[in-house]
Design a protein around this ligand. Sequence first.
Ligand SMILES: CC(O)(O)CCCCCNCCCN
Ligand SMILES: [Zn+2]
Length: 663
Amino acid sequence: MGTALLYDEEMTKYKLLWVDPACKIEVPERLTVSYEALVRSGLSDRCISVPAREASDSEILLVHSEAYLEAVKKTPYMTLEDLKEFTLQFGDVYFHPNIYHCAKLASGSALQLVDSVMTGKVRNGIALVRPPGHHSMHGAANGFCVFNNVAIAARYAKQKYGVKRVLIVDWDIHHGQGVQYCFEDDPSVLYFSWHRYEHQNFWPNLRESDYDSVGKESGTGFNVNVPWNKVGMENSDYLSVFCHVLLPVAYEFCPDLVLVCAGFDSAIGDPEGEMCATPDIFAHLTHLLMNLAGGKLCAVLEGGYNLTSLAQSVCQTVQTLLGDPLPQLANLRGPCKSAIESLQCARSAHRRYWSFLKHAADPPMTDISTKHIKSTMEEEEKREMAEEERCTEGKVWPEPPERLCPPVCSGSVLPDDVACPDGLKRLSSSKDLEPLLVSKLKNRSRTAAVDGDGVTTFSRLYTLIEKLVANEIRNGLVLVPDVTAAMCVVQDLTSDLVKRVLVVCVGKEKELDYVTTDGKVLVVQISSEDNEEQRSKYYIPVCLKKGCSDTSGFIQAVFGLLLPLGYEYNPDLVLLVRMPGSGVVDSMWQQLIGLLQGFAKGHTLVLMQVNEKASMGSTASALLGHPAPPLQELQTPFPEDGDALERLRERLQADWKMLQTTS
Ligand SMILES: CC(O)(O)CCCCCNCCCN
Ligand SMILES: [Zn+2]
C-alpha cells in the first residue's frame, strides 16, 4: 500500500497584510518550497495524490465553539482594519480574507488523510497545509493557527471509524497547547509533545507546558510533555526521548491510529527552535512510529520557518513513509545534561501511569521547573554557549545523504528443499569462495555441521553479504541447520567486509565463543540466561526472567537498551539471530525486524534455524517492509526484569552515552 500526499496551492493564497514581527515568518513559501522539493526529488510522483477538501461546519465543531466558528466565518468580508481589529483578540496570529477558506482546507486535508488511511486506500500519508493547527483552541485562534487540524482529525477518526485509541505525536518545537487542552481529560487520545520551554521563558510561556502536566481526571497519564530548557538540542537528544519516554508509552498504549503534528521548526537552522537536530532525524522519528497501529500514520504539517531545512525535513519524512532505507546517523554522543534532566523528569512524572516507566528514577535533585543552582548554570552555560555558536551562528549543515533503494529488497539463502517465501529473491548462484576463506571455514570445527560440505551454503551467504554491502540487496533471510555454527562463520565472512556488525541474539545458546573486544562486533543477547559475568562493553546479555516469550520485558529491553545502543554504535550491518526455542512471539519478532531496519541503511541479515521455518513467512513479511502487527495487550513487565534493566543501564552508561536517563 502506498503513501498519500495532500497539497493544494490554494493554501498558499493568504499572507500577512500588515507589520507584525511575531507573524512575519509564517509565509506562503513554506508550502511551495516543501511541495517543490518533493516534486524535484521525484518523491511526489511516488505518492498517491489525494485532493484537499474543506472541512464542514460539523467537523470543525468537533473541536471549536459555534461562536468562534461564526466569528471566523465573517473574516472573508472584513476590511483590512476590521481584520486587524479582529486579530487583536488573539495571540501571535493574523487573519486574511482568504484564511478562513485555507483553514477549512487545512482541516479538510487532515480528514482526507484519515479517510485514505482508515479505508485502507493507503498505508500512511502526509498533508502539507497552512494555516497550522496545534495552538488553536475551542474558542480562539493562536500561534498562526485557526482550526486545530490534528485535534479535529482525532475526533473525526473516533467518530467515523470507531477508532479506540489515537496517539498524537507533536514533534514541532512549540507546545501544541490547543491539542493538550482538547484531550487532557481523554484517555482515548495520548498526546505527546516536546517543545522549547527554557523554564517557561519561551512562547507560549505556559506553566501547563511543563513535564508535570500529565493530563487530568480520566485522562491522567495520557498527556506527556518533554520541555527543552535549552536550545541547541541535537539528534541524540531527540532519539533519547523517543527511546526512553515516547516509545515505551506508545507501545503500551497500543494505538489504532497515529497522528503526527509534523512541525519542522525543531530542525537545525530554524529561527524559532534554534535547535541543532539535522533534517535526516525526521527519517528516524517517522520510522520509529511506523510499526505502531499497523503502520496507520497520518502526518500533518505544523511549523517550520527555515525554508531550506523545512524542505529537506519534509523530504526525509516522505521518503521514510514510502519505505525507503534510512540514512545512517553518525556520531550520536548521547543526550546533553539538560535533555537528561528533562527526560528524567518526564519519566518520573509518568512512572505511576505507565508500567514501562515504573522503574524510572526519581526526578533530578535540582528541580528543573525552578531556576538552576547558579554554579551549575555557569559552567553548563559556557559549554552550551560554545555549542550554540557552532549550531546557530553557522546555520550550515550537510545536505542529507541520498537514500538509494537497492534493486532487490530481500534475498534468501535456504536449503534446497525449502521453498522460498513470496517476495524474496533466492540466491542460488554463488561464486566460488577464495581458497583462503574456504580453508578458514574448513578449519572452523563447526562449519561442516552446517550442511554437507557447508561451503555451498557459506559461499551463497558470502555472496548475499557482499550484495548487502554493495547495496544491491537491502536485507536477507538465511536458514541453516545450526545457527550457532553459522554465527561464527558470518563473523569470519563479514570481518573484512564491514566495519561494525551489530549482532542481536534472540534466545539462549550454548556458548557465544566469538565475543570480540575490538569493537568490530557488538553483541546484544536477549534471553533467559543470566550471562552477567561474561558482560563486557561489546557483549551485552539482557536477561528476561521469563525469557523472550515475555513480550513486555522484550519490548522494554528493545527501547531501553537495544535501540539506544544501536544508534550509538551505528553498525554497517545488523545480524539478527533467532536461537531455536527462543519462544519469541511472532508479532514481537516482526516488530523487532521492523525497528532494526533503522540501522545500517536497512542491511539486516536474519539467521534462523531450519526447524524454525514456520516463522519464515512473518520474517519475510517484516523484511519486505510490511508493518508489523500490533503487539497484543502488554502486561506489566516483571519487576525483577525492570530493575535489572535499570541496573544494567546504569552500569553501561559510562561506556554508552545513549543509555543515560538520569543526571
Ligand atoms: C505551528 C507553530 O507551532 O510553529 C506556530 C508557532 C507560533 C509562534 C508564535 N510566536 C512567534 C514569535 C516570533 N519570534
Ligand atoms: Zn512550531
